[in-house]
Design a protein around this ligand. Structure first.
Ligand SMILES: N[C@@H](CCC(=O)N[C@@H](CS)C(=O)NCC(=O)O)C(=O)O
Length: 131
């Protein structure tokens, strides 16, 4: 069996499964948002992080640079857009996917309704605003 050192958080609550450990490590790593403050899509992601109380880093990316978005950004986002997120080795783009991930991957207040109809209404409103 693989030996694992338990984190203090896991030890405190008596949890030691690898998946729980992984979850703790992920939640403890600060996500990086690649984008620019003017972008409403980047703002949506930052709002989700702020509401959850998750510390994060905003790394500026100039998508309108002469010659196009920097090549390393195309590695993060195939369409060269912002935002993109990096978290504990996990890369994600599309503001809707990122905000939902932030809500589900981190502790803190839940940002989405549990109840199916309320959740559907939320998705409807997001769809209207995003079209
Ligand atoms: N569907 C994308 C839209 C992101 C988007 O359009 N971002 C703008 C900045 S506000 C952008 O990167 N535009 C550059 C481009 O379209 O090439 C999302 O939800 O993340």
């Amino acid at each position: 069996m693989r030996s694992m050192r338990m984190s203090p958080q896991a030890a405190r609550i008596g949890a030691s499964t690898p998946s729980f450990e992984r979850h703790l490590v992920q939640a403890a790593s600060h996500p990086i948002v690649f984008g620019a403050p003017y972008s409403v899509y980047v703002r949506a992601v930052r709002l989700a992080l702020e509401e959850k109380g998750v510390p994060y880093e905003l790394v500026p990316v100039d998508i309108f640079a002469p010659g196009g978005p920097p090549p390393e950004h195309r590695e993060r986002h195939p369409f060269g857009k912002i935002p993109a997120l990096e978290h504990a080795g996990f890369r994600l783009y599309e503001a809707g996917a990122i905000t939902r991930y932030v809500d589900e991957a981190f502790p803190g207040p839940r940002l989405q309704p549990e109840e199916p109809r309320s959740r559907a209404r939320m998705n409807q409103i997001i769809g209207i605003l995003d079209s």
